[in-house]
Every structure is written in C-alpha cells, then in structure tokens.
Design a protein. Structure first.
Length: 504
C-alpha cells in the first residue's frame, strides 16, 4: 500500500480499542454447520413424552353389606337395563376355579426392582378372601369393549378422513382450516418479511476459488441491470487473478462471474455476471449520511455458507473507525463504518445492510470477535461493521469506469500507534522516503513530521487508522480543515486533498 496516509500497516491489527482488530473473513461453508435432519432443527435433544402408567394395585374387595349408594361397578352398568329377577352365580374363589393360567415365576431381579414387597402378581390376589359381593354381569367386559370400540372407531374415522381428504371433500371435517386467501399471506412492504421478500431475489451468494483450490463463500447484491454485483474485495481476492467465481441467486440459478475491479483499501469490489439474465432488479441505494443511531437495520447474507439468511438489528454507532484485513496477510482496509448489532458472521461479507424501508445503506464488511487467531470462524457478538453505501457507490463507479480505485490523500505518512492521542506524522515514510511528500497537500499546508493531527473537520482523530478512514470518505479535490498539535501548541491548516490511483 502507498506510503501516503498510512504506515506500519503490519501494526494495524494491534490498533486502539476504537479499531476492532478482527477482519470479516470469507470462510467456506462447513458440513457440520448444516442443520441436523430433525423435525425441529432448533432443538438439541428429542423430548420424550411420559408413558401412561396403569394402576398396579388390585381393586379392594367390595363390602358384603349392601351399600347405601351404588358402588362403582353398579354405577358403571347403571346405564344398561338389568333383569331384577336374574341372580348371578357366586364368583370363583381361586385362579384354578376361574380357569386362569397359573402366574409365571417371578425372577429374583423383579423383587429387587420393586422392593421387598415383590413384583406384580398375575391373576387374582393370593390369600384368603372374604366372599365378594356379586359382580355385575359384563362390567369387566364393558371396559375392554369400550377400548376396542374406540380403537375401531378411531381406525374407521382415520380411514374416512383420509378418503374425504383425498377427494378434497371436507364436508365431514370436524376441524377448522385457516383461510387460503392469498391476500392473507402477503406481508406489508414495511415489515421485515416484506423487505426481505423484495430484496432476496437481488442478493447472491458468491463462491470464490483460487487456482490453488483455496477459496470461500461471501455475499453480493445486484448493482445495475448490466449484471454488475457489488461486494467486498476480500470475498473475491482469492479468485481475482486466476480462479473461478460463481454467483447463485435465491432461486438457485448460478452464473459464472469475473472481477471488474477491486479496491483493497476500501475493501470494495465489483464483479460482473458473464451471462446475466434479463430480469435483474438492482437494489435501491439509500443515503448513509442520513442514517441515525437507533435506526432499524436488516442484513442479508450467507453466514457460514447458509445462503439467504436474514437478520435484524439497529444502527449502534456511526463513523466507527475500523481497520480490517483480508485474513491472508494482505493490505489492510480502513473505513469510517456504520456499526450494527444485526448478526453478521463470516459469509455475510459483501452483503447489503438495509434500512427499514429496504434501501441499501451499507456493505457488511467486518466483525468484532472474541475468537483468537486460531478461531477464524468465531461468530457474531453483536458488533458488525458496514462500509457506508455513499462511499462504496463512489468506489464502485470508479471501478466500473476504469477498473482501478482512486484514493484521496493528504500526502503524509502517519503511524498506526494508538496511544498517541491522534494521528502522528511519521519521521520517515515507507522505504525511507520522506514522511511528508514534497509539494503534496500536507507540505503545502505547512505540516511537518512529528505533528499530531487531532481533528479532521469536526471529527476527533485518535489514531492513524481513524484519520485514513475519514480521508477516504471524501474525494480528491475536497478542501478540509486539519487541527494539529506541534510543540504543545494547537494550530489548524486548510488542505486540498490530492489523489492516488491503484493499490500499488
């Protein structure tokens, strides 16, 4: 990267707390990240329903005296006509008399499982019993008949239900169906569902594979009807020189693509579909300068390879200085980012950050993560960063027009030291060159090596990356005011921004 506006890029990853150190890499999808094949993928275990248990105690013998009120057996058969002159025979007093088979032998472990009382006994309880009251005829059979009848009725009902459903005849249905009116299924345009439904057809999942087989997954969105797709540089960097790019739409259609231009410093790239369809619908672009903290946001992307994922949040902060890399040791990019708490993960990179109305206000580019360098796939902790769309649009237009980026510069190399309380102009530039370019914008404004720039227009500058991010929100030729300190004194300088073409 040029020595103008920056220096000691290798230290950018160790920036001040205001500069999140973790880049948004474009990882490959992992098989283990796919949802498990269960009926409810959000559950981690199958819930077991408790089995119904039958009583394990025999019924108590009925009293020999006539009860003053009907006993349960009498109540159970009271609904049926009885013959008052019929006298039932006395019940059998043993299993042998009843014709029941002898109980099976109870193994020793059955007693241990049930305690000292022993296991359940088949047949009537043993021991001597007082004569039982006469049983009402058919009482036991009635219960079984009811169960069997219920099962049979259930089977018949199920068959009839299937027959009726198979013929679209719900005249005998006992359930109430929801309305099938298509109007009831539509979502209002202002809802998240409405915005997502309209935006998803214009969002693509990008697969980038380099000549060495390395690559990853990212996201992009339709920029114009000619087939240009806007995304991050680090999404396509591996396939930029000799590799393969594909873009897959939400309907599953996949197209080959090629890189039109990319800007490492801005982390913006433009690719183009080789055979674009005629029905492309570009996403509407918003005005990122008008965004306010607290505004609702909607992010669309392919986190961990999960295409067409929609998440929501708010704008958490504006003008957040961020320095991020492509994860491969390449040049860092700098941005004055929109911060959002919408879930953004590796694979969301390059995707649109939408307003509540569905307009693109940023390109999701970086995340703050607690993962170490050995855990590059760490997920969202609610700190995501997006390139403001106003800046990204300017870069995209330049890339489409010339194929290379143009950067505004002040013509001075600043350190990446985060403890200086500002952007310090270095003593020497990269490769031993002068820190302040001769006849450059900073030199013409009277700036010198050692000066500490503390403000850029009205924005407080606390580090070199913050200054670079602010400069790159402007265009070459813009006139800005720099506030700086020298020998304990504060002064201001009017600077007209110069330009640098390309990333070399």
């Amino acid at each position: 990267m040029s020595t103008e506006n920056e220096g000691n890029e290798g230290n950018a990853a160790e920036a001040a707390p205001s500069v999140p150190p973790v880049p948004a890499d474009a990882p490959q999808a992992h098989p283990e990240d796919a949802p498990p094949a269960v009926s409810r993928p959000d559950e981690t275990a199958t819930r077991q329903q408790p089995a119904a248990q039958a009583p394990d105690q025999p019924p108590a013998p009925a009293p020999t005296a006539a009860p003053s009120s009907p006993d349960p057996a009498t109540a159970q058969t009271a609904a049926y006509p009885t013959n008052p002159q019929y006298a039932p025979p006395p019940p059998p007093q043993s299993a042998a008399d009843a014709g029941w088979p002898p109980p099976p032998a109870v193994p020793a472990y059955a007693q241990a499982a049930h305690g000292s009382g022993g296991g359940p006994v088949w047949g009537p309880p043993g021991g001597t019993h007082a004569p039982e009251a006469p049983r009402k005829r058919g009482a036991g059979g009635l219960v079984a008949a009811v169960v069997v009848a219920a099962l049979v009725a259930g089977g018949i009902g199920g068959a009839l239900g299937y027959w009726a459903a198979d013929r679209n005849d719900d005249s005998g249905s006992t359930t109430v169906s929801a309305s099938a009116n298509q109007q009831d299924l539509k979502r209002d345009p202002g809802t998240v569902a409405g915005v997502a439904a309209k935006a998803l057809p214009s969002v693509v999942t990008i697969e980038a594979q380099g000549g060495d087989g390395e690559g990853g997954t990212g996201t992009g969105f339709v920029y114009d009807k000619e087939g240009h797709i806007l995304t991050n540089n680090h999404v396509v960097a591996s396939a930029a020189d000799s590799g393969q790019l594909t873009a897959t739409f939400s309907n599953g259609k996949k197209y080959d693509a090629e890189v039109v231009g990319r800007a490492q410093g801005y982390d913006v790239a433009v690719i183009k579909l080789k055979n674009p369809p005629q029905s492309l619908t570009p996403l509407p672009l918003g005005n990122s300068d008008k965004v306010a903290v607290g505004d609702s946001t909607i992010a669309i992307g392919a986190p961990f390879g999960l295409s067409n994922t929609v998440t929501t949040g708010i704008i958490s902060a504006k003008n957040r200085p961020v320095a991020s890399g492509d994860g491969n040791g390449g040049s860092n990019s700098y941005m004055s980012a929109l911060q959002t708490d919408a879930s953004i993960n590796p694979g969301n990179s390059g995707g649109p950050l939408l307003s509540a109305g569905g307009a693109v206000i940023g390109i999701n580019s970086a995340i703050q993560s607690t993962g170490s360098s050995g855990q590059s796939q760490a997920g969202s902790i609610g700190l995501g960063f997006a390139i403001p769309i106003n800046q990204a649009t300017t870069v995209a237009q330049q890339l489409i027009k010339t194929g290379q980026p143009v950067y505004p510069v002040i013509g001075a190399t600043v350190t990446m030291d985060e403890q200086s309380g500002g952007a310090v102009i270095a003593d020497r530039g990269t490769g031993g060159t002068d820190a302040v370019t001769k006849d450059g914008p900073a030199a013409k404004a009277g700036l010198r090596a050692g000066d500490v720039i503390t403000k850029f227009n009205d924005t407080v500058i606390d580090s070199g990356p913050t200054l670079i991010g602010e400069i790159w929100t402007h265009k070459p030729g813009d006139r800005v005011t720099l506030t700086y300190e020298r020998d304990g004194k504060t002064a201001t300088a009017e600077v007209t921004l110069g330009e640098r073409k390309g990333d070399s």
